[in-house]
Design a protein around this ligand. Structure first.
Ligand code: 13P
Length: 293
């Protein structure tokens, strides 16, 4: 690690230790996809209020929109007054160049999503990212199977979705050794149309046989008992993105509709912040990570 990387990383943790603790103690760390400084602040302050470890998660699109250095500046500023363990994680990324840029800029964790590739290619690309990341003390999440829905610029249609195969999952994890594993188990990105069919047996088998903390993708819209069951079976990281997108827009619009002659942007930003933070705290409590910092 060079001095800039060391300075940036000083207050960030990678996901490895926080997910192991969660896995051992049967709770999950929330990974919340941020959109800007206000939503990043909502994630950090929610974690502070709940005394919980948390993962600030960035989609590749958000990183490209703002640039690495702006995001690192927000995170550093927020971490300077924070005491809880916080990881900065790059969500679903197919682009090795962007992964390298995030690692260089100071992200403490990255996800390689080569799940659309044939198995051997996914395995080779995921291994390559582990080799890039591990010497920098950056944790890696890798995916197997195809999670339905739209996340960033990855679109998976219902007919193309398929669950992770347990035998392949065991081989994949043994060879890649990711810090966190994202097998497709029937959840979906975006808003659920109808009730999701979660393959609990498969989740249980994969979690037990790989012994790697599992990431539950597609968290928005799942029922409380579904979260609890998935966490009890081995999910140690839960991803929430769409919920924040809705709170971001709805918090803003609701305030303006209720005060439509008042043009005070800071009040609108504050209302948006409060809506984001309340929803994040609710999820942290539900995942059992409150008080675990
Ligand atoms: P949701 O958008 O359904 O919350 O899913 C988030 C996710 O899994 C990000 O990778």
């Amino acid at each position: 690690m060079n001095d800039v990387e060391k300075d940036t990383r000083m207050t960030l943790e990678n996901m490895s230790q926080m997910l192991k603790e969660a896995q051992d103690n049967k709770y999950a760390v929330g990974a919340f996809n941020i959109l800007d400084y206000n939503s990043t602040k909502a994630v950090v302050q929610a974690a502070e209020d709940a005394n919980a470890p948390v993962i600030i998660q960035t989609s590749a699109k958000t990183v490209i929109f703002w640039g690495c250095s702006a995001i690192i500046c927000w995170v550093k500023e927020l971490l300077s007054s924070s005491k809880v363990p916080i990881a900065l994680h790059l969500d679903h990324c197919k682009d090795l160049q962007l992964i390298a840029e995030c690692i260089k800029a100071g992200w403490s964790s990255v996800m390689i999503d080569a799940s659309s590739k044939p198995f051997e290619e996914n395995l080779a690309l995921s291994r390559q990212v582990v080799e890039m990341a591990r010497p920098k003390d950056v944790s890696v999440e890798a995916e197997l199977g195809a999670i339905v829905g739209v996340e960033d610029d990855i679109h998976v249609k219902q007919q193309d979705a398929h669950l992770a195969d347990p035998e392949q999952a065991i081989r994949f994890c043994a060879q890649v050794k990711p810090d966190c594993f994202a097998p497709a188990i029937g959840t979906a990105h975006g808003v659920y149309k109808g009730e999701p069919k979660i393959a609990y047996d498969r989740l249980e088998e994969i979690a037990a046989k790989t012994a790697i903390p599992i990431a539950l993708h597609g968290g928005t819209g799942l029922a409380d008992d579904v979260f609890k069951k998935c966490i009890s079976l081995g999910c140690a990281k839960v991803n929430i993105s769409t919920q924040l997108k809705y709170a971001f827009i709805d918090g803003f619009v609701a305030y303006h509709n209720a005060h439509n002659t008042e043009y005070n942007p800071l009040n609108v930003i504050d209302a948006q912040f409060n809506k984001l933070k309340a929803g994040i705290i609710e999820k942290i409590n539900l995942f059992g990570s409150a008080g675990k910092a």
